[in-house]
Design a protein around this ligand. Sequence first.
Ligand code: HEC
Ligand code: HEC
Length: 731
Amino acid sequence: MVCKAIPILLLVVLGVSRAEAQQTAVKQAADFRTVVTPFVQRYCIECHGEKKQKGKLSLAGLTGDLSKPRELQIWQAAHEALEQREMPPSDADHQPAAAERAQVVKSLAAVMRAAGVAPDEGKWLAPIKGNYVDHRALFSGKATAGAAGTNPRLWRLTGQAYEDYFDKLIKRYKLNLRNYGEFKLTAPWNFTPERDFVDYASAHRVGEAEIEFLLRNASTIAGAMIKRHSVSHGSFGAYIKELATVIKAGGAATAEQADAALAPAFEGLFQRPPTAAEAGRYGAFFRDNVAKLGGPDAVGQLLTALLCNTELSHRVEIPAGPANRLAPRDLARTIAFALTDDGPDTALATAAAQGKLATREEVAAQVKRMLDDATIAKPRVLRFFREYFAYASAPGVFKDEVTLFQELAVRGARGWNADFFVSDADRVVLAALAEDKEVLRSLLTTTKTHALTVDPLFQIHTKKDAYRQQKKTFEADEQTAMKIYGISIPTRPDWDPHRLYDLPPEHRLGLLTHPAWLVAQSGNFDNHAIHRGRWIREKLLGGKIPEVPITVNAMLPDERHRTLRDRMRVTREEYCWTCHKQMDPLGLPFEQFDHFGRFRTEEMVVDPEATSAKKNLNKDGVPRQTLRKPLPLDTTGEVSGSIDPSLNGPVKDPFELIRRLAASEHVEQVFVRHAFRYFLGRNETLADGPALVAAHQAYRKNSGSMRALVTSLLSSDPFLFRTHPSEKTSP
Ligand code: HEC
Ligand code: HEC
């Protein structure tokens, strides 16, 4: 039915660029022998020949016949290595000119396509590839590479936003629907936090199965609305009167009644009149159905169709206005959904309707208004920080809680509970946002935290004994959390969830030393220095680390009697170190904390002698418990390979590392790049350079104001314009 319009629209919008790219590639297909072979001879064979096979790879004697699986694998790897400028290595004697490289990349791509293998074009769209665009070129301040603007697209709403719409509709029309628990009308997509941003416009397209799901939701609501019509003139005056008329007329409903009801139905569901095209399409559909099916069924069909409208599941970002602008209403929705899970508020909707979103300044004024207004919840801004710092996954990390509670001497706890830490970290972020001064720097260096902000009361029953039980567990949780933070806070009623408490300043410095981050970046039994280092390399230094090669068995030796640093010696092998030198020395300073996030001064490891000593054995000769011993702690590390040389050099502990990073302008720019990605829902390209420079300047000029940064991004050309794909050059 009308829902079919969604996939068609998707194809129209998203298919354009791909089809065009394919055509050009076929046109430019060059002969493997005349382009690729000579190139390989000149620049690769010295290291990848018959004799010398660096990385165990030989490129000699290959014919470009990609029907052979081995050749296919090699050329795919070579294509990627060339495209990413990884090969030849920067220290090789012969370096190809940029044009030569571009030509061979194109030829290889064409050869692959001719063999029926599409080089994975989509991979450049993934958040993990964001840092591959050259940082210096981006921030050079020069406008390069064509018009800045985002391709036309449909960007699926967050699951939350989709669900909120139905919640509101149910309330507005007082529909008799149980919209909770198993009956809740949910979005068929939802994103769990990962290492990178999850809500990219390209990350998820609504497919067939989901469209059926959306259709079912729509018909459930439509059914409930039909049932509700009879009370429309009573106390439920909100009902769409003209629709009620059609329903009541039953088999006698007329085309005139149908026509009169169409616009009110649009207003009732979308708070706007139908466009001319919609009036034509839906009008004919409705009139037809009224004649064939009678009033009630025709209204059911119409409502179902309307509730499948693309705009309930997507932001429609297709240029409609002059000069590739978004239509004012679409722009208003794009702004609203960039900050909230809700459509435009009254002021924004009014500005759109009155043509007051026409200039950059007008857009900026609306964005600023929303950011400044504390009464408007902006969940997407908080979510940016959650996803950027990647701390929200802490509760998902399983821990051996028995050992912890023994060590902490805490009794009666519900279990290991990292929810506290995530919620506390959220409040730390919200406090920094409210302050809005040097936001990144303060998050990296604050010595304060909120504490125990998960409100335990919501779980407490009114029954007295249940209350007493819960109270005990809460107190145990409280003790655990405080011991991990290393603070003592007043107990109820003096404890205040809205207050920032001081952490020991010599033990903590910012979110990277907050238990939420430390636990999220840890394993079940250990710290995860490699993850931590990778996070810093990518999120603060803007570096790029190739994925773990499939030939590597990425496991540390299971030597519980050694320190983690010691066990990580396997990554120091020459081959491993090419990647791991970029991660490990950045993560190892955080050995300052144990994997529960506690500050420590020595590292406890298994003591095999004491464990197997006679007095620890039971009568069957099995150790009664695993005994541990302390080893000296080493918290040294190093920043290397940063394009800002002032960052490079050894550090003695995490605090020195964090202070150095937090003071850096380069780090700030990398942060701005991530903000761009999140709020634009895509990776930056060279054409976005001026927008990034402007956003960074806005942040700087306003003393590190996140509001200024976001305002700049949401009024930038890439946010306001939708370029036709052919006008744009790829990164
Ligand atoms: C100066 C020596 C040198 C030259 C020249 C060189 N490579 Fe390499 N290449 C290496 C080394 C060392 C490795 C293994 C370590 C690594 O991956 O960095 C490697 C690895 C590779 C890999 C495997 C990467 C992976 O994903 O595992 C590919 C593919 C590759 N090279 C392609 C090329 C191509 C194509 C050229 C010519 C444009 C080239 N190399 C030129 C030294 C060289
Ligand atoms: C081409 C780059 C590269 C090379 C070469 C490489 N690694 Fe890694 N390694 C990675 C990346 C990326 C990760 C994942 C980091 C993360 O996300 O936590 C990783 C993770 C690991 C981990 C942790 C796995 C886990 O999740 O617990 C170990 C252990 C490891 N590598 C060992 C090695 C060893 C040993 C070698 C050499 C034989 C090696 N690696 C070579 C890139 C590399």
